[in-house]
Structure formats: structure tokens, C-alpha cells
Design a protein around this ligand. Sequence first.
Ligand SMILES: [Zn+2]
Length: 221
Amino acid sequence: MEKNKAVVVFSGGQDSTTCLFWAMERFDEVEAVTFDYNQRHQEEIEVAREIAGDLDIKHTVLDMSLLNQLAPNALTRTNIEVTEGEDGGLPSTFVPGRNLLFLSFAAIMAKQIGAKHVVTGVCETDFSGYPDCRDVFVKSLNVTLNLSMDEQFVIHTPLMWLNKAETWELADQLNAFAFVREKTLTCYHGVRADGCGECPACKLRSAGLNAYIAKLEGERA
Ligand SMILES: [Zn+2]
């Protein structure tokens, strides 16, 4: 019988690491793919490598530096400040077409290794203004990818409708709470685990963590 195989789009952050655990529980075989687009912090690639190694997951790092060549932004250039979107504008961390490209390359890799499933941690709930994190975009791309390669890929988005507290809860349900908290890198300043505490990514992560911890304490009381 054919093995149930999945490719996880993996950055070494909280969300994609939770997705990795989610996939490991569901599929017979899981591989991870990380995209190197000259992130401001090469630390991200290193963290991804370490986590994949810890979990004994086959890990591929693909060179996507062309993305930085085309669309310099706050995630890749140290001279661009990380700002949140104002008045409905996009935050400076937005990389146009990033998920379009990442999911397309992940599907091409899936085709090569005989995987039908692609898993991504994109999420519409804490919608930070990234149009390619929306459910409608992922569904549309799924159809396009299937048509383009005459395949029946399924793109899974386990975090799509979860807020950050619920993502911590999911990690806990997967017995990965401490692992995700200690090993992952979400911070825009390249600080692992609980991070710098100041940047938008750290604030979002810690707000979710605190909400989840408060919920646990409420249940115990
Ligand atoms: Zn930070």
C-alpha cells in the first residue's frame, strides 16, 4: 500500500513547528521544507535545521534568494524597519507572493517525493493583512496546483481558524508545548523561545501564550 506522505512548509517558528507535530501524528511519513530568502536572521534556517534534526525529520532547505532580489522588505533588509500595517495598509514584513511561491515549490517537491499532502501554518484569524494567508487563496491555489501537475494534492491548514492561544493549545494537545516554547524562533530580532518581547511577532506570540496559560489556570481553579 502507498504510504501517506506529507511535506510541511517549515520555518522553525511556533506555527510551522506546531504543524510539523500535527503532521507527524497524521501521516506515515513527513518531510519538511524551509525556504532561504536571505532572511534578516540566518538564525531562522539554523533553528529549522536543529528542530528537524531533533524530530528526525528529513529536511530540505531551498534557495529562494530571488524573492529578496525582487521584493526587498523588512524581513530581509536590516535598513527597513518592522512596522505594523496602518489604516488597512500592509505591514513592512509583507513579502508579495511569498506563500504563492512557497506553496507552489512545496507542491513541486511533494510531486518529486510522491507526497499527496502539503501542510502550511498560514492563518486567517490573526489576520495581519497578508492576502496570501487567507483560506480562499489557499483553496484557489490548491485547485491551480492540481490542474498544473494533474495531481490530487491536499493543502492542509491546521491553524487557519485558530487564534494564537488556540495554537498553543494545539501544541499542548500534541504533547509539544514545551518543545515549541523552548526551541522555536518567532521573533523579528532573531531571539529564540520567548524572544525579545518587543517586536510585533513577540507581542502576538506572548499574548497568545498568556491567554492560553490563563485559560489553563481558570480550568484548574
Ligand atoms: Zn521579538
